[in-house]
Design a protein around this ligand. Structure first.
Ligand code: SF4
Length: 467
C-alpha cells in the first residue's frame, strides 16, 4: 500500500493474532505496569505535520522476544477539531496499527498490548518511524478533518513512568465530562463495530449510561465520531421504542444488533447480565461474573494478576465471555460503567456486587453506596467462595437476604431431588451457544434451554471421601 513501508498495510491484516513464539517483540501487555496511548488536540502552530519522534530504544535496538514499556502520544490539529475529539482520534490508533502486516494491537488507553511478528521484522519493519508514518497517513486520509498530526513513541521506561499519571488524569477528565446525562434524555445511541475483526458478532452499544466495553468511547465520543466519519466504525442508532425500562431493552438497539451481526444476535438488554446480556469482544476493561454460591457478582479487571474468588484468573473468565457471544451471567464491560446508576441495575446493581479487586474498589469507591463499601469483599478479605460466604454473612451484605434455607446435606452425599410434580421437567440450564462434542462431530445448540426430570447435586468432597 505504501512504497516506503517494508510491509503491506491494509484492512485484511486486522484481527491478525501473533503468538508468543512468532513475536519479535512485545510492547505493553500484562507484564508491563505502566503503558499508555493518548491523543491530544493542539493548535496548528504547535504541530509539525508528519513528525515522528522516538524517545528511548527503537525496535531494532530491542532484544528478540523482549517485552518493553511503551507510550504513544498522537497530537493533532485542524480548524474544525477540538478536545471533544481526542477520544475518537485515540481509539483509531487501535484500528490503524492493526492494518499493518504482522503488527497486533490489543486493548486501549493504559491497557495497550502490542506484538510485532518476526516475519515483519525480517521484512524490514525495524523502526517506530515506519509505524508513525503509517499512522500519520491513515489519520490524514481517514479523518480529513485532521490537518496536521505528529506522533511520539516513548520506550524509555523513565519517560513512560513520568508521563503515565498525566495520561491517567486525561482519561479521568474525559470520562467525568460524560457523566450526568441519562439514557432517557437522548434519542440516539451509538454503535461501534471496530472490534468485529476479532469478534465478528460483537457490536458495542454506547449510551450515556453504558460506556463502551473498552472504556475508551463515551456517548459523546460516539456522537463526535459518527458526525465526522459517518461511514466509519462508529454509527448512530435510533433509540426507538422503550420495550423494557428495567432491563434496558430498546427496539432501535435490537434492530441495529440484528443487522450488524447478520442475525447472530437478536436482542441486547443493556442493564443486566442475564438472558440477553451485552456481547463481549475481547478488549473489555473488566468482566463481571456471576457467583452462584452466593447469588452475587464479582468484577475483575484486566490488570488484576491473581485469581478471583472463584479460583479463576481474569484470562480464563475473559476467554469464557469473549468472542461476540451472549453468555448468561457474564459480560465484558468498562470500569466507567460501574460509575453509572444503570450498572447491573436490573440484577440489583451494587446490592448484588460481592467481590472486587482492591484496586478497582478504590477506583470506583465514590460511586458505591456508602453503606455497601465495607460489605464488598476483595482479594484481601476473601480468597474462596466459602470465605466469601462467611464474609458476606458477617457483614450482612444484601445478597444474604436472597439466600434461601441451606440445601439439605446428607452426611456423606449431598443429594437434592427436585421434581415439581410427577413427570414434570425442570429447566436446568440456558446458553446462547452450547457446543457438544461427540462421536467425532461438534454439535452447536443455539439459544439452548436444557430440561431435566431430576437434578442431582453431589458434593465433590463427599465423592472423593467415598472413593
Ligand atoms: S470495545 Fe466496543 S467501543 Fe471499544 S473499540 Fe471495541 S467495539 Fe468499539
Amino acid at each position: 500500500m505504501f512504497k516506503d513501508i517494508p510491509v503491506d498495510v491494509g484492512v485484511i491484516y486486522e484481527g491478525e493474532r501473533i503468538r508468543r513464539n512468532d513475536m519479535q517483540i512485545e510492547l505493553g501487555g500484562p507484564s508491563i505496569k505502566e503503558k499508555f496511548e493518548l491523543a491530544r488536540v493542539k493548535s496548528m502552530d504547535e504541530i509539525e505535520d508528519g513528525k515522528v519522534t522516538i524517545i528511548g530504544p527503537d525496535i531494532k535496538d530491542m532484544k528478540e522476544g523482549g517485552v518493553y514499556p511503551l507510550g504513544i502520544l498522537v497530537e493533532a490539529a485542524g480548524a474544525k477539531i477540538d478536545q471533544g475529539l481526542e477520544g475518537v482520534i485515540e481509539r483509531r490508533i487501535h484500528g490503524y496499527m492493526n492494518f499493518i502486516e504482522g503488527f497486533m494491537h490489543l486493548n486501549q488507553r493504559y491497557d495497550i498490548w502490542m506484538r510485532l511478528s518476526k516475519k515483519s521484522f525480517q521484512k524490514g519493519l525495524n523502526s517506530f518511524d515506519y509505524i508513525g508514518r503509517v499512522l500519520h497517513r491513515l489519520f490524514k486520509s481517514e479523518l480529513p478533518i485532521i490537518e496536521k498530526v505528529q506522533i511520539t513513541f516513548f520506550t524509555d521506561p523513565a519517560k513512560v513512568s513520568e508521563l503515565f499519571p498525566d495520561a491517567m488524569q486525561a482519561y479521568e477528565t474525559r470520562d467525568a465530562k460524560a457523566r450526568g446525562l441519562k439514557d432517557e434524555e437522548v434519542d440516539k445511541f451509538y454503535g461501534c463495530v471496530l472490534c468485529q475483526s476479532f469478534a465478528p458478532t460483537h457490536l458495542c452499544v454506547i449510551t450515556p449510561q453504558r460506556y463502551s466495553n473498552c472504556g475508551a468511547i463515551s456517548w459523546f465520543d460516539g456522537r463526535a465520531s459518527a458526525s465526522i466519519d459517518p461511514k466509519g466504525p462508529v454509527f448512530a442508532i435510533e433509540r426507538g421504542e422503550l420495550i423494557n425500562a428495567e432491563k434496558g431493552e430498546f427496539s432501535g438497539i435490537n434492530e441495529a444488533v440484528k443487522k450488524r451481526t447478520l442475525g447472530e444476535v437478536n436482542k441486547v438488554w443493556l442493564y443486566t447480565a442475564f438472558d440477553h446480556p451485552h456481547t463481549s469482544c475481547g478488549c473489555f476493561e473488566a468482566v463481571s461474573f456471576y457467583i452462584p454460591e452466593v447469588d452475587g457478582f464479582g468484577v475483575v479487571n484486566r490488570s488484576f494478576k491473581g485469581v478471583t474468588v472463584n479460583g479463576l484468573p481474569f484470562s480464563t473468565l475473559a476467554d469464557s465471555t469473549a468472542g461476540g457471544r451472549q453468555v448468561d451471567g457474564f459480560h465484558g464491560m468498562s470500569i466507567e460503567y460501574m460509575r453509572s446508576s444503570k450498572f447491573l441495575a436490573a440484577d440489583g446493581g451494587w446490592n448484588r456486587v460481592v467481590w472486587l479487586p482492591k484496586e478497582v474498589k478504590t477506583r470506583v469507591k465514590d460511586f458505591i453506596p456508602a453503606d455497601l463499601v465495607d460489605k464488598i469483599a476483595t482479594e484481601e478479605t476473601a480468597q474462596s467462595t466459602d470465605a466469601l460466604k462467611a464474609f458476606l454473612r458477617e457483614k450482612s451484605h444484601p445478597v444474604v437476604a436472597r439466600w434461601t434455607e441451606e440445601a439439605p446435606v446428607a452426611e456423606e452425599v449431598a443429594q437434592l431431588e427436585a421434581v415439581a410434580e410427577e413427570g414434570a421437567m425442570m429447566q436446568v440450564a440456558t446458553a446462547a451457544t452450547l457446543p457438544i462434542v461427540a462421536g467425532g462431530f461438534k454439535i452447536i445448540l443455539k439459544d439452548a434451554k436444557i430440561y431435566a426430570k431430576k437434578v442431582i447435586i453431589r458434593s465433590m468432597k463427599s465423592e472423593k471421601s467415598q472413593g
